[in-house]
Design a protein around this ligand. Structure first.
Ligand SMILES: [Zn+2]
Length: 298
């Protein structure tokens, strides 16, 4: 027992000195870690990004501030980081295009679609997935990724989605509503891929998205609140359904509309800019006028 006590004492004595040293040593490390973590948690590290293409350099220097310049001129986006800078509040989501193994007609829907190749060594699995990016305000990108493992497949899909970003038109094309606010789509559009054909139709306010679930995610991500739909073909193959939905949404922009009629019907291209400052200014002006009136009265 005595030996143990002495050992304990020694053990207690040493740690005090060591702890002090450790504290001094660890004081600097946690701060650094916190800083690096803080940068990673933020939206996007703009200064850490090294731009490679001409457009990327222009975006980084602040010459291009609006993504409409790139999309309207048909410039190819070759860097995914560029989209992070121009649309700061961008969100990503994965679609359920796969299916797990299961008895009696298949299992649950999954994010990753797993396929296999038979080789001499055994089965060689591959994973593919579909990602969507958007800001709930007029911009949407859809991309596919495929790899031997799940994580790189997801990263590839998100990168491809950012490179494929496009904008849509919103409006109210429903004759039951006619409110001229951009809560639905301005006219009927349809898209096709393989046997799948999807038709999106404008709906009055309060309808919600009467669309298949994966297409609901897409329409929600782009900022459409009300829509009706109709599908033909093998909609169980989600790859084709998603691509058909994408081609339908792209037709919203490719259809020609006269500029005058766009304003009259309340059709909006891309994002809706919220004017928050104007009411405050009006209030200030009113106050100033009231003060002037008081002074005159005095
Ligand atoms: Zn409406």
């Amino acid at each position: 027992m005595a030996e143990e006590k002495t050992e304990n004492k020694d053990a207690e004595k040493k740690p005090v000195e060591e702890q002090a040293k450790e504290k001094e040593a660890t004081k600097d490390i946690p701060n650094e870690k916190k800083e690096t973590k803080y940068v990673k948690k933020g939206a996007f590290d703009k200064e850490g990004w090294k731009a490679k293409t001409d457009i990327g350099k222009k975006v980084k220097s602040g010459e291009i501030e609006n993504i409409d310049y790139i999309l309207d001129n048909g410039i190819n986006i070759l860097e995914a980081e560029l989209v992070d800078v121009l649309i700061p509040n961008i969100e990503t989501d994965l679609l359920l295009i796969g299916q797990s193994k299961g008895k009696f007609g298949g299992g649950q829907r999954r994010v990753f679609k797993q396929t296999q190749k038979k080789t001499r060594e055994g089965n060689k699995p591959h994973f593919s997935t579909c990602a969507i990016v958007g800001n709930h305000n007029g911009y949407i990108g859809i991309g596919f990724g495929k790899s031997k493992e799940t994580v790189p497949a997801r990263e590839k899909a998100i990168r491809n989605a950012k490179l494929n970003i496009f904008k849509i038109r919103r409006g109210c094309g429903s004759w039951q509503c006619g409110c001229k606010t951009p809560h639905s789509i301005p006219f009927k559009v349809s898209g096709k891929c393989g046997s799948v054909k999807i038709t999106l139709m404008p709906a009055p306010k309060g309808t919600g998205l009467t669309v298949e679930k994966e297409c609901q995610k897409i329409l929600g991500m782009v900022g459409i609140k009300d829509a009706w739909s109709k599908t033909i073909g093998q909609t169980g193959s989600k790859n084709n359904l998603v691509l058909a939905c994408e081609s339908a949404l792209r037709k919203l922009m490719s259809t020609k509309i006269k500029h005058d009629s766009m304003e009259g019907l309340g059709i909006v291209e891309g994002k809706i800019e919220e004017d928050v400052k104007e009411p405050e200014e009006e209030v200030k002006e009113e106050k100033a006028e009231a003060e002037k009136g008081k002074k005159k009265n005095e």
